[in-house]
Design a binder for this molecule. Structure first.
Ligand SMILES: Nc1ncnc2c1ncn2[C@@H]1O[C@H](COP(=O)(O)OP(=O)(O)OP(=O)(O)O)[C@@H](O)[C@H]1O
Ligand SMILES: [Mg+2]
Length: 470
């Protein structure tokens, strides 16, 4: 509907603009033409009058004209398209060319007065039956005295006829031109809007839930082509995030179901018959472990969803990052005791960045926790902190199970755990790195992983230094 209305509007705008231009154009042509014809008529009258005066003068007909001779000697005065009249000094007709027939064409007062002053006069007049004439009256003077007045006249009928024809042609041609161009405009607007139609249909299908839809006609880099490609990009992103959301809910319920199933199963088993206090104690302990796990998942989920909603408050202030590294290293020594994984410090530079101390500590602890958890026994984990350009570079490297290249990007996804990781350490929710990534991004940094299966993994966090330092 909206497409149709754009089409109608475009066509109407186009048609109106064209109509205005045509009216202006036709008007201009008409008036220029009328003016040119009038000038031409006047020029021919002037020419004829001066030729006549010259002839009269050569044959010495002035100052006293011999009328009888005149009409005999000058049959050329009876030109086809023009008539001549000669008036006496009092304004009375003395002689006139034959083609004037019996018409009465008297001298007007204006022309007579002007002639007395020695001036020529142009006039447009209409006589009987409305035939228009153009008249030129020229005084013939002899020593400042008006001897006679020569008048040349021409019918304006041919020129009027010509103008009428022109007007008719313009009146017929203009509407035809407008109609043809309206049809053309309608057709072109339809063609131009066709891709929009395609986009609308694709959007409709997407609105119905089909995110695999793409617009197939981004054939050019014009406006529509760009719209199509932007639209496709948007749908691709929407598709990804919808898939992630679906995946996320599936994963979340799955992660919660496992501990619930265990707790339920163990509890039911324990309740089946009376048991020793020690047995109950064992079941309760095991249940507590699962409950801990569930509440951790719920806590982390809550954290992430609040982070998504932008509800996590960060208190940004200058933080001595190297101090945090040293403290976490001490904690890590304890964490790694069981599996004889030792955490050592690599190069550590004193670095201050603007950040939230609690979150940065959590970030580092998560990375170190992973490094220890996924290390082979009796290996070392190394933490280093150096300045790299305008950034602080924090590295946590281990010698452990590693992550294959295909999985390296996915480990930052919520709940994603590699199969070997599941086999290696059963505990874990798969939310740690998602939280790490969020923390790093809030600090306008980046986190990258570099890993070789069964050799080891390095996580590199780059955090911008405060601008005062740079
Ligand atoms: N240092 C590492 N070495 C090998 N694999 C790792 C390492 N760190 C992370 N991974 C992989 O990335 C996955 C996601 O890590 P993440 O920290 O998000 O979850 P987790 O450690 O499994 O669980 P959680 O940290 O929530 O207890 C891990 O399951 C593991 O497969
Ligand atoms: Mg972890």
């Amino acid at each position: 509907m909206s497409q149709a209305s754009i089409r109608v509007r475009l066509t109407l705008w186009y048609g109106t603009a064209l109509a205005l231009i045509l009216i202006l154009f036709a008007g201009t042509i008409y008036f220029v033409m009328a003016r040119a014809l009038r000038d031409q008529v006047d020029a021919s009258l002037e020419e004829a009058s001066s030729a006549a005066i010259r002839t009269l003068g050569e044959h010495r007909f002035g100052p006293f004209l011999i009328f009888e001779d005149l009409s005999q000697n000058f049959p050329e005065l009876a030109l086809l398209d023009k008539f001549f009249q000669i008036f006496g000094p009092a304004g009375q007709v003395t002689i006139q060319s034959a083609n004037i027939q019996s018409r009465e064409i008297p001298l007007s007062q204006t022309a007579f007065q002007a002639s007395l002053k020695g001036n020529a006069t142009f006039e447009s007049v209409r006589f009987d039956k409305g035939v228009p004439f153009r008249l030129l009256s020229v005084p013939i003077m002899h020593t400042d005295r008006l001897v006679s007045i020569l008048r040349v006249g021409i019918s304006l009928y041919p020129t009027d006829k010509m103008l009428q024809r022109l007007l008719l042609a313009l009146l017929i041609a203009s509407p035809i031109a407008i109609i043809v161009s309206l049809l053309g405009g309608w057709f072109l607007a339809g063609r131009a809007l066709k891709p929009v139609n395609v986009i609308t249909h694709a959007a409709q299908r997407i609105a119905d839930g089909d995110f695999t839809q793409r617009i197939t006609s981004p054939r050019s880099s014009d406006e529509i082509g760009r719209l199509a490609s932007v639209f496709n990009d948007m749908i691709a992103r929407l598709e990804t995030s919808f898939r992630q959301i679906r995946q996320f809910s599936a994963d979340a319920s799955h992660e919660l179901r496992t501990p619930l199933t265990i707790t339920k199963g163990e509890t039911e088993l324990a309740l089946r018959r009376p048991r020793q206090a020690e047995d109950y104690r064992q079941v309760l302990e095991s249940n507590l472990e699962e409950i801990d796990r569930m509440s951790r998942i719920v806590d982390e989920l809550l954290f992430l969803s609040r982070a998504d909603l932008g509800e996590i408050k960060m208190t940004m202030m200058p933080i001595q990052l190297d101090e945090i590294v040293r403290e976490v290293q001490l904690q890590a020594m304890v964490l790694g005791q069981d599996r004889e994984v030792e955490t050592v410090l690599g190069p550590i530079s004193p670095i201050v960045i603007d950040g939230d101390e609690l979150r940065l500590r959590e970030l580092l602890l998560n990375l170190v926790d992973n490094a220890i958890k996924y290390s082979h026994s009796r290996t070392q984990v190394e933490i280093s902190l150096v300045q790299a350009g305008l950034q602080a570079e924090l590295k946590v490297c281990d010698h452990g199970i590693g992550v294959s290249e295909q999985e390296q990007q996915r480990i930052f996804d919520r709940f994603y755990r590699t199969d070997i990781a599941r086999g290696h350490a059963s505990k874990g929710t798969g939310l740690g790195l998602a939280i790490c990534k969020w923390i790093v991004e809030v600090h306008q940094g980046t986190i990258q992983v570099e890993s070789f299966p069964d050799k080891g993994t390095c996580f590199t966090v780059l955090l911008p230094l405060p601008s005062s330092l740079s």
